[in-house]
Ligand binder design. Structure first.
Ligand code: SF4
Length: 468
């Protein structure tokens, strides 16, 4: 996915920019960077994050940076921020999202003799495509409107100029952008949780498609919010940081409600409730409280050296990282009937390994409860599951095995009331050697979030794809 952060103050903003961007590190694992406008003009530093954290990588660069205005990005798609020279003046740009009509936009620009730089992977960076669309217009405001009109999929972005920062949330609000303030300045962030420790207070969420301009003196509206919202439901289930809120709805509190909803429809007998740290924790706490069963931590993350998952390119290496960072606590596992909460099953590799570990260490029963329904439709908006082959999704694999044909009867499998949904669940349960398996119903997930269904993107689970 990715996260972006922008700040402008009357005083130097570097610390706020550095720590604010660092607090978005859970949103991406590939590239991280900062751009500031200081005495030396626009200065940018970008690093690979595949083998180390944003903070470790960027800290040595801080001595080269400084100024009262800056942008930061954690990205899964491209090296950013990027800085451009254009007839509008110099600007830096950060983006988050997935441009599904990128090829069409590149071809169209080619007809106007526009040249793109291709990255080492052979692709044109999404950030370059947005820069092209912006710089073909007569003003940044018109450029923002052009991006909104032409980009399909989703793209939230920020533009830094010498006068201030434009912040623009994607057309349907799939990814958030929050405005914050402190006594001498303003900030914009993908996550409200990035604000608190650097002294900013969240002021408001931008609406879908809304654009604002911030300067040290204040903010003004550039493009008003649109009428239709499709915010990503997965932000609450998995992506979002527990202390963040989107549309006024806190992530951790929502996870408690997800777990409670699973607990309310369950009567399996067990000795304890547990989770895969960290994303399963809130769901497990909610379940445990609802059913008055003790919450325990039989798998503990080795935080001194594995505080987060890096993303090695090699799959075997990724699996090794996932296994090594969790240590089983045999004293809490042996002879136990355990209810095991997780946020979702995407490919299921990690969950399968963890279940095996629990049995190896003497678990008597393992019952898995998953905080969202089976994922069967790859995300086309945020690069969430689409970078992998669709058939790597456990739900689609199950349908292929049960039907002998990819995606056949998919509408029936995603309907919790249809017997085929139970067949799919049973197929996965068997593969994972679970004592029992239950997925959250989509209606209950929507209720736990608390927004009307028509304001949420639920494409992962039901294929509803407004805006494609
Ligand atoms: S498809 Fe899934 S991950 Fe992608 S935006 Fe929609 S809910 Fe979020």
């Amino acid at each position: 996915m990715g996260g972006i952060f922008g700040v402008i103050r009357q005083n130097d903003c570097l610390n706020d920019l550095f720590y604010g961007t660092d607090y978005l590190s859970h949103l991406g694992t590939k590239r991280g960077g900062l751009a500031v406008i200081g005495k030396a003009g626009f200065t940018t530093r970008v690093h690979f994050l595949e083998s180390s954290y944003f903070r470790n990588k960027l800290e040595p660069n801080l001595k080269d940076l400084g100024g009262n205005i800056g942008l930061g990005a954690i990205s899964d798609t491209d090296s950013q921020p990027l800085t451009f020279s254009a007839h509008l003046g110099p600007f830096s740009l950060v983006t988050v999202g997935n441009i599904t009509n990128a090829d069409e936009l590149i071809a169209e620009a080619g007809r106007h003799r526009y040249t793109f730089n291709r990255s080492a992977s052979g692709k044109v960076r999404p950030t370059e495509i947005i820069a092209m669309l912006l710089s073909r217009e007569g003003s940044f405001a018109d450029g923002i409107r052009a991006v909104q009109a032409k980009v399909k999929g989703s793209c939230t972005f920020m533009i830094m100029t010498e006068k201030g920062i434009y912040g623009c949330r994607d057309f349907l609000g799939r990814t958030p952008l929050v405005l914050g303030r402190k006594d001498d300045g303003w900030a914009l962030s993908s996550e409200s949780s990035a604000f608190y420790n650097i002294g900013f207070e969240p002021v408001r969420d931008l609406g879908p498609g809304e654009a604002v301009f911030v300067s040290p003196e204040g903010w003004e509206s550039i493009v008003p919010p649109g009428g239709r919202m499709q915010i990503c439901s997965f932000l609450w289930v998995y992506y979002g940081y527990p202390s963040s809120s989107y549309e006024g709805i806190n992530v951790e509190a929502c996870r408690y409600r997800c777990g409670a909803a699973l607990g309310a429809e369950d009567d399996v007998e067990a000795d304890c409730v547990c989770d895969i740290p960290d994303s399963g924790i809130g769901h497990a706490v909610g379940y445990s409280n609802r059913r008055h069963l003790p919450y325990q931590r039989p798998l503990v993350k080795y935080t001194p050296t594995w505080p987060r998952s890096f993303m090695p390119q090699d799959q075997a290496q990724r699996e090794l990282v996932a296994r090594m960072k969790l240590i089983p606590n045999q004293a809490l596992i042996r002879g136990q009937r355990m209810i095991f909460l997780d946020d979702s099953i995407v490919r299921g590799t990690q969950l399968k390994d963890n279940i095996q570990v629990l049995y190896q260490h003497g678990a008597k029963e393992v019952h898995a409860r998953i905080a969202c329904p089976t994922l069967v439709y790859p995300c086309k908006f945020l690069n969430f599951s689409s970078s992998r082959s669709a058939l790597e999704l456990m739900g689609l694999k199950a349908i292929l095995a049960l039907e002998g044909e990819e995606g056949r009867n998919i509408e029936r499998y995603v309907n919790a009331a249809d017997p085929k949904n139970a067949e799919l669940t049973e197929w996965i349960r068997e593969r994972f050697h679970l004592s029992s398996l239950k997925f959250q119903k989509l209606d209950n997930l929507v209720k736990a979030i608390g927004l009307p269904k028509e304001k949420l993107c639920t494409h992962c689970w039901d294929g509803s794809s407004y805006g494609l």
